[in-house]
Design a protein around this ligand. Structure first.
Ligand SMILES: Cc1cc2nc3c(=O)[nH]c(=O)nc-3n(C[C@H](O)[C@H](O)[C@H](O)COP(=O)(O)O)c2cc1C
Length: 421
């Protein structure tokens, strides 16, 4: 019976355990989590989502305060077009985040950064260029360009000395998206080193419409595989979304995938950045408590727990401090929704906004509990203590379980409590 560990992922000169932990913003896939995956021989992702906030929290910088002070005068205005990111600060924050992670790296694996291109930051091109170049400058092993793919992003770094040596990958959810990306980039003579194919059961934003349930990961992977073969292209494919056991992974690896990307099972590990009480919510979640909705201002559907405290929370837009979702014109769908509610309820001290959420603030506060569809199965991966709480896992335990398990089995951790006599 095959195990995931019987396969290897070849990326450049690196031979890796074919398991990637996916990027989870904002600092849910922490450096500690990514470093564990790398130590154990796989690939771990950190995320550059809201990087200034992350470095402020982790490394005591003051980037958010500085931006907030600079734009204090726009706080009462709904026009945020002048709220721009200081590119020098952005570069510094990215460098700090990446360098501090890479300095601690041990073992044979790699650490990549997940770069969500839908963080348009009121200057999509300039800010993306800074994010990508600074991560490369700071020694990241690779960059995964996440859904919301900017077709021209490879060109933004083509002059970078590491453009051809760092691992560069993309996430797509359809053959069409891959075809568009390859066509647009053909002049660069540089293919992606890997393609993550993310299906409809993943966490975070989805690369599908609200008809996501009609799609199936294995079918999309197989379509892409066939097309690549016809084109004579050998790009490693890495399926993601709902791969819950080592055996799920082996089924993909057996049919030609190069590796798998997983995330949900790591959300309940010690190393994951979610607060401990939120991890318990993930454990407790039942299938009917998970929904895909359209409250993200990005316009992409997003999966989350219905009980997320950020849903409906009508806080004042906080773009002076954050503003990561402002588009090239300085607009965000939440600002419009908030404004509409304030105008409709002029007397209200606090409005409720149901159709959109202030995603920057809510993700920063861990108040939108985005999750994969298989979150409902997390309770089966651990032990429940006599007080009803669930025992957290270590990233090593979950990694090893993917690596060695057979027959769709899930290894439980040793209990951390004394069972009742
Ligand atoms: C809590 C959470 C946050 C996520 N955030 C991001 C993100 O910021 N960027 C991204 O590209 N994918 C994100 N994802 C998707 C994962 O990286 C991954 O591809 C996917 O969830 C894998 O499926 P699984 O969770 O069923 O294992 C997130 C997933 C989860 C569970």
């Amino acid at each position: 019976m095959k195990r995931l560990n019987d396969f290897r992922l070849q990326l450049g000169r690196h031979e890796l355990v074919p398991l990637m932990t996916g990027g989870m913003g904002v600092d849910i896939s922490t450096s500690d989590l990514a470093l564990e995956a790398a130590r154990l021989g796989g690939v771990g992702h950190i995320s550059d989502a809201m990087v200034k906030t992350v470095t402020d929290r982790r490394y005591k910088t003051k980037f958010v305060k500085a931006k907030q002070a600079q734009y204090r005068h726009t706080m009462d205005s709904m026009d945020k077009s002048e709220v721009k990111f200081d590119l020098g600060h952005l570069a510094e924050a990215t460098r700090l985040h990446v360098e501090s992670t890479m300095n601690r790296k041990q073992g044979p694996g790699l650490v990549f950064i997940n770069c969500m291109e839908k963080l348009t930051m009121n200057g999509p091109k300039d800010t993306l260029q800074v994010r990508l170049s600074s991560a490369l400058d700071a020694g990241i092993d690779g960059i995964t360009l996440a859904a919301g793919l900017h077709l021209g992003s490879f060109a933004l770094i083509e002059q970078h000395p590491r453009f051809r040596d760092a691992q560069l990958g993309i996430i797509v959810s359809s053959l069409r998206a891959l075809q568009l990306f390859l066509k647009k980039n053909s002049r660069l003579n540089r293919l992606p080193d890997y393609v993550v194919v993310e299906g409809p059961l993943a966490g975070g934003h989805l690369g599908f419409g609200m008809d996501w349930a009609q799609y199936d990961l294995a079918t999309i992977v197989s379509e892409i595989q066939t097309w690549l073969r016809e084109q004579g292209l050998a790009i490693p494919l890495i399926p993601a979304g709902g791969i819950f056991t080592g055996s799920d992974a082996v089924r993909f690896l057996d049919s030609g995938a190069a590796a798998v990307q997983v995330a949900t099972r790591f959300t309940v590990t010690n190393e994951c950045g979610l607060p401990p009480d939120v991890k318990q919510e993930y454990f407790k979640a039942r299938e009917e408590e998970i929904e895909v909705n359209e409250i993200s201002p990005t316009g992409y559907p997003m999966r989350m727990l219905k009980s997320s405290p950020g849903i409906g929370d009508g806080i004042r837009p906080n773009c002076e401090a954050y503003g990561y979702l402002l588009d090239a014109q300085g607009r965000c769908a939440y600002i419009d929704a908030y404004n509409r509610e304030v105008q409709a309820h002029p007397e209200a001290k606090r409005v409720s906004v149901m159709d959109k959420t202030c995603l920057c603030t809510q993700m920063r506060n861990f108040a939108i509990w985005t999750c994969g569809q298989s979150t409902a199965r997390l309770k089966d991966t651990t032990r429940q203590r006599p007080d009803g709480s669930y025992q957290l896992l270590t990233a090593e335990h979950v990694f090893r379980d993917y690596q060695y398990s057979v027959n769709d089995e899930i290894a439980l951790p040793d209990g951390d409590f004394v069972p009742a006599a």
